[in-house]
Design a binder for this molecule. Structure first.
Ligand SMILES: *[C@@H]1O[C@H](CO)[C@@H](O)[C@H](O)[C@H]1NC(C)=O
Ligand SMILES: *[C@@H]1O[C@H](CO)[C@@H](O)[C@H](O)[C@H]1NC(C)=O
Ligand SMILES: *[C@@H]1O[C@H](CO)[C@@H](O)[C@H](O)[C@H]1NC(C)=O
Ligand SMILES: *[C@@H]1O[C@H](CO)[C@@H](O)[C@H](O)[C@H]1NC(C)=O
Ligand SMILES: *[C@@H]1O[C@H](CO)[C@@H](O)[C@H](O)[C@H]1NC(C)=O
Ligand SMILES: *[C@@H]1O[C@H](CO)[C@@H](O)[C@H](O)[C@H]1NC(C)=O
Ligand SMILES: *[C@@H]1O[C@H](CO)[C@@H](O)[C@H](O)[C@H]1NC(C)=O
Ligand SMILES: *[C@@H]1O[C@H](CO)[C@@H](O)[C@H](O)[C@H]1NC(C)=O
Ligand SMILES: *[C@@H]1O[C@H](CO)[C@@H](O)[C@H](O)[C@H]1NC(C)=O
Ligand SMILES: *[C@@H]1O[C@H](CO)[C@@H](O)[C@H](O)[C@H]1NC(C)=O
Ligand SMILES: *[C@@H]1O[C@H](CO)[C@@H](O)[C@H](O)[C@H]1NC(C)=O
Ligand SMILES: *[C@@H]1O[C@H](CO)[C@@H](O)[C@H](O)[C@H]1NC(C)=O
Length: 421
């Protein structure tokens, strides 16, 4: 009787082993291999493992799945962490400040809640041989990773990869990135490839040598390319950006192509790209919900479909710039914001005066300081906040005095002159 009961009970405890086994469900704090070995009989570990201390090599044997996190913090001597049988971490794989870690081996890992790899200066590769297919949030910062091989993700919420100075290639299969996409301050030679990405919520790229997003169709909030080293940039299937579009301080940029982009909900900023003088490649852009702010070494701009800008329009070029495209749109009443300024090295104003008096001199501009001040204010508002510029008050559609709000005498004069040309 007693014996039978024992068998039955142990069968029962096998069937429901894990929940009733305290060893497999109590949070484990690890500073040595011995600590880790206490759970090697747990196929499923139903809690989190916290690792610190000064062990040099740690191996998590036996465990296939973890319902909580693996959190390794300030393990000062840890050079290698391996989990040969681990398939799933429901919580996060979180490694922070592990200065000498050079091996992170999880050959069977496929599913993760999130990954946080922060300050792992000796880590050069991820040995995720099976390929992690599911992970929602990825933060990888301040590592020596050369690539993200081992991550093969389909849907991602946040993807934030920054300050990895040795990374050559960032390639992610994801079709959507639903919260944040930010690739910044890595190696200036990094090539970024997002071959399957269809939509992103909010995307920012800095210091990239190339960015490929051939399938991208929409960005719900902002899309920014700032301070990259690429020579050209394109997203030829992109149709809309809900927030601000920014292309600024890309020192080598010569060519941009956003062939299908028709709607930008916030501001449209093209600033300080010193080699980018001919702003073409926006052949379908028809509406901008915020302000247009274009600053830099510009000679030409072409926006054949543009017919609605709800914020101000400021174009301020260091070069000789042809304002006619903007002047026409302005005259048509397409610009609904307070400010309209278009000036180049030899300003619109002096060009207008020159042609009016038929002298055709390209004499240096006499643009007032009032105009310059307005320009800088508008620059800030356009790049700072899309929504604030989008709410700027509307103006009458005749376009005659769209710029009375502080453009100064010359600006108003220019606007008046335009009426009669
Ligand atoms: C693990 O450490 C935390 C504090 O770091 C403590 O609250 C917890 O009780 C410890 N767990 C065990 C099982 O020792
Ligand atoms: C609980 O799990 C540990 C794993 O380390 C194992 O040694 C032990 O036999 C298990 N106990 C039961 C009752 O299953
Ligand atoms: C562990 O997780 C993997 C991947 O999610 C799953 O296929 C497997 O069934 C799980 N194993 C156990 C013992 O729960
Ligand atoms: C890391 O641990 C070492 C020694 O255990 C300690 O001196 C140091 O302050 C810790 N650093 C952090 C950032 O917690
Ligand atoms: C990534 O996963 C997809 C399936 O989601 C698969 O077709 C592809 O071969 C995988 N790529 C790599 C490099 O593992
Ligand atoms: C990035 O791609 C460019 C052009 O294909 C190549 O010249 C460069 O070496 C690549 N960068 C790295 C770090 O491999
Ligand atoms: C978009 O991402 C950038 C860079 O990560 C961030 O500064 C900005 O606040 C985000 N915008 C929104 C609306 O979330
Ligand atoms: C962002 O846009 C995508 C595709 O248009 C849409 O499916 C998604 O619901 C949007 N997300 C948010 C937060 O608006
Ligand atoms: C661009 O990067 C350089 C360093 O390479 C930095 O000094 C500068 O402030 C950055 N500019 C912007 C606009 O982020
Ligand atoms: C873009 O620039 C790269 C060099 O960075 C060059 O190899 C490529 O041909 C250029 N593509 C286009 C369309 O100009
Ligand atoms: C462009 O450069 C000017 C002068 O350096 C600076 O004031 C302005 O903030 C820059 N604009 C952007 C959007 O980077
Ligand atoms: C301005 O653009 C021209 C090309 O149109 C280029 O030759 C020149 O170097 C640029 N000037 C500056 C200051 O970058």
């Amino acid at each position: 009787m007693v014996c039978k009961f024992a068998v039955a009970s142990s069968l029962l405890s096998l069937a429901f082993a894990a929940p009733s086994n305290k060893t497999c469900s109590t949070q484990l704090n690890v500073t040595s291999q011995t600590d880790l070995d206490t759970i090697s009989g747990c196929e499923v570990f139903r809690n989190s493992i916290h690792i610190g201390g000064d062990a040099a090599v740690l191996t998590l044997n036996g465990v296939q799945n973890i319902t909580g996190d693996i959190y390794i913090y300030n393990a000062t001597e840890l050079t290698s962490f391996a989990a040969p049988e681990l398939q799933e971490i429901k919580g996060s794989l979180d490694l922070e400040i592990v200065e000498v870690l050079s091996t992170l081996s999880m050959p069977q890992l496929t599913d993760l809640g999130s990954i946080k790899l922060l300050t792992l200066p000796a880590l050069e590769e991820l040995q995720f041989n099976a390929g992690v297919r599911n992970a929602k949030d990825i933060l990888i910062s301040d590592t020596s990773l050369k690539s993200l091989d081992g991550l093969n993700l389909s849907q991602v919420e946040t993807f934030d990869v920054n300050n990895n100075k040795n990374i050559k290639d960032i390639s992610i299969d994801a079709t959507s990135i639903s919260q944040l996409l930010d690739i910044s301050f890595n190696s200036e030679n990094v090539n970024v490839s997002l071959p399957n990405l269809k939509w992103a919520n909010n995307a920012t790229f800095r210091y990239c040598a190339s960015v490929l997003m051939p399938e991208l169709q929409s960005v719900n909030q902002s899309l920014g390319f700032i301070n990259n080293t690429f020579y050209n940039v394109s997203a030829d299937n992109l149709e809309s950006v809900g927030g601000t579009f920014i292309l600024s301080s890309n020192r080598n940029l010569q060519k941009a192509s956003f062939a299908k982009l028709s709607k930008v909900g916030g501001g449209f900023v093209i600033a300080n790209n010193s080699q980018y003088s001919d702003v073409a490649g926006f052949s379908n852009l028809s509406s901008v919900g915020g302000a247009i702010d274009m600053v830099g070494n510009l000679t030409n701009a072409s926006f054949p479909e543009l017919n609605q800008v709800d914020g101000g329009v400021v174009v301020d070029s260091d070069n000789v710039f042809n304002c006619s495209v903007f002047d026409e749109a302005h005259e048509n009443g397409d610009f609904h914001g307070d400010a309209y300024v278009c000036k180049g090295k030899s300003t619109t104003i002096s060009t207008t005066l020159a042609s009016a008096t038929a002298t055709h001199s390209a004499s240096s501009s006499s643009d007032s300081h009032a105009t310059t001040t307005t320009t800088h204010k508008s620059t800030e508002s356009a790049s700072g906040s899309a929504s604030s510029s989008a709410t700027s008050s509307k103006h009458s559609k005749n376009g005659a005095v769209a710029n009375s709000a502080g453009l100064g005498l010359l600006g108003s004069l220019a606007a008046l002159l335009f009426q009669f040309i």
